[in-house]
Design a protein around this ligand. Structure first.
Ligand code: DON
Length: 586
């Protein structure tokens, strides 16, 4: 199938080799912001914070000060940290707010505008990381300086931002009311007719970033900026208050940890579903006969000529010699994603004792083995095989960055405003675009959210809770040292694109640039479809269809940004070519 055929290009601007440190973000100038801080003596956390503030300026469609995120930190010789600075439902949130005049739940209300905005966590999250885990060699002014410099320049739209602007303008022309409601964002988008270039005016960010540099998180969560945020949300029907902002706190969590295929994996715990779903899928896959799985991987990804008699990967068949059929690896991968996503739908929500117990269940290796034994290597399972009783778009507003520093400290950080330009509300005079992350909650258990995800009672919108997320910052360790830092943007495809990148390294022994470039597949249990990227060969598609999968073409499946540290200590970073990111390092 030669899924790696496209990787033979000699010139790959989206990947670099480095000997000391490397940053992979989905904009070149943001990666450079992090590299600059590392060159000044900062550590991986300082670099991640500088990169994230820079992204807040140059990826307004994806992330920013009005959003939230997760950060995973590996400290050599010390325990790992997971920071949750996810948006939170305001204290006055009630399900009734999302009902229309006929008392019916109205998904449009939670998807855009004032009622879609959760309390933003990014500023507190980044400064918490910087204050507690930064090197101490870098001042707050220094870490914000690259972002301030970027905000002073016109932001010329690249392909990803142009597509986002196009989608926004289309929605304004289709629904004229949007032009009035989202006038702030409309006015910030400028098209230079002479050369047809589209720019976004980010100059208002300068004073906001300076206020944060001067006053810390209080410069954002209290005072004039906080008042403007509240006024903007409330003027569009939302319920956020000054108290909500002032009371917002970062949560420090213990990362999910599991060992698979000889690696230790650190993942993000709830309210992210990323660590649990990736861990469960890996445990299911690991239950198959490993050499058979590796043969099947080779058959599907590397070459057509596998040995005539290769081991079938089915669990319990270690002595059973069979032909490895085309598509077997990808079929098993998809079949392993299904039960994990079904568990996500049925069992996960914001952190609580019940959710922790469910995560433990999802990560239980014996349960994974039982699931693996029920998977048919020749046939796709019906979705109803998993959690039948729970009736529970592509890339939008998310950005992932990965960093490894000179000392082997590593940061995986994913931030989001949810859909492109979040709620579409721009806070006047601040440059802050507010998230629409409330849509990651469910209004009921039968209505899918914007990403087609159905979720259980545990993720119903409620005051003070943080909605379930797919963001999956992940760090893979080998013998205690960082091996791979990875994550993605793309809604639920974050999970599957991160997972596939990891598996190319774990099972396929591939380089990170090959792993990032390989075309991907995606299944999230419901809808009952296997999404495939254009690079997936006709032979693989046929073999999946023969097994009963329904395929659907998808131009992109997540946008991955990753850095690997190979066993001799050298670094390689790769940014998904699709989103236009470029790594930086030395
Ligand atoms: O947290 C989540 O799962 C979503 N808010 C992520 C949204 C997303 O990735 C949009 N696309 N890039």
């Amino acid at each position: 199938m030669l899924l790696f055929a496209g990787c033979a290009e000699s010139r790959r601007p989206w990947t670099i080799d480095a000997s000391r440190y490397a940053v992979a973000a989905d904009r070149a100038d943001a990666s450079q912001a992090g590299a600059q801080i590392l060159a000044q003596g900062g550590n991986a956390v300082d670099a991640a914070v500088a990169t994230a503030f820079a992204l807040a300026v140059v990826r307004p469609e994806s992330c920013g000060l009005g959003g939230g995120g997760f950060m995973l930190i590996h400290r050599p010789g010390d325990s790992p940290i997971a920071l949750d600075y996810r948006e939170q439902a305001p204290a006055d949130t009630r399900l009734a707010l999302y009902r229309d005049a006929n008392n019916r739940l109205d998904p449009a209300r939670i998807r855009r505008g004032g009622l879609s905005v959760g309390i933003p966590g990014t500023v507190r999250g980044l400064l918490h990381a910087f204050d507690n885990y930064g090197s101490g060699n870098i001042t707050r002014e220094q870490v914000l300086a690259p972002a301030i410099r970027l905000a002073m320049q016109p932001l010329v739209a690249d392909a990803h931002l142009s597509d986002a602007i196009e989608a926004f303008r289309k929605s304004c022309s289709e629904q004229p009311d949007n032009r009035r409601r989202f006038a702030g964002l409309s006015l910030a988008i400028l098209t230079d007719d002479a050369v047809g270039r589209t720019r976004i005016d980010r100059s208002d960010m300068v004073s906001t970033l300076r206020a944060i540099a001067e006053h810390g998180a209080e410069g954002f969560y209290e005072g004039g900026i906080a008042q403007r945020i509240v006024d903007t949300v409330r003027s569009d029907g939302g319920v956020m208050s000054r108290t909500d902002l002032a009371d917002y706190r970062v949560r420090e969590l213990t990362p999910i940890q599991c060992s698979c295929f000889g690696y230790d994996v650190l993942g993000m715990p709830p309210p992210s579903s990323g660590g649990a779903v990736i861990g469960e899928t890996l445990h299911i896959l690991e239950s198959f006969n490993e050499s058979g799985l590796r043969e099947a991987y080779q058959r599907d990804y590397i070459d057509r000529d596998v040995p005539e008699a290769a081991l079938c990967a089915q669990p319990g068949t270690s002595s059973h010699v069979q032909h490895v059929q085309p598509g077997e690896y990808v079929h098993l991968l998809v079949e392993s994603m299904k039960p994990a996503f079904a568990d996500r739908a049925a069992l996960l929500g914001d952190a609580s004792p019940e959710v922790s117990a469910s995560v433990a269940r999802m990560l239980n290796a014996s349960r994974a083995r039982r699931i693996a034994e029920s998977i048919d290597v020749r046939r796709a399972a019906a979705w109803t095989q998993y959690h039948e009783s729970v009736m529970v778009g592509d890339d939008g507003g998310t950005s992932h960055l990965s960093v490894i520093d000179t000392n082997g400290m590593a940061v995986a950080c994913t931030e989001s405003v949810n859909l492109l330009f979040g709620s579409r509300l721009l806070v006047p005079g601040t440059g802050v675009i507010l998230n629409d992350t409330m849509d990651d909650f469910s209004l009921d258990t039968s209505t899918p959210n914007a990403f087609g995800l159905r979720q259980s009672e545990r993720n119903i919108v409620r005051a003070g809770a943080r909605p379930l997320s797919s963001m999956s910052p992940t760090i893979m360790l080998k013998d205690g040292d960082v091996r791979l830092v990875v994550g993605a943007s793309g809604g639920p495809r974050i999970i599957t694109s991160t997972l596939q990148t990891m598996l190319h390294v774990m099972v396929g022994d591939r380089r990170v640039d090959d792993a990032v470039a390989a075309p991907r597949v995606h299944n999230q249990w419901l809808p009952d479809l296997v999404y495939v990227q254009p690079g997936v060969s006709a032979a693989l598609r046929d073999s999946l269809r023969r097994r009963g999968h329904t395929l659907k073409e998808s131009k992109t499946i997540g946008h991955v940004q990753a850095v690997e540290r190979v066993p001799d200590g050298r670094l390689r970073a790769a940014c998904d070519p699709d989103k236009g990111g470029r790594p930086a390092g030395r």
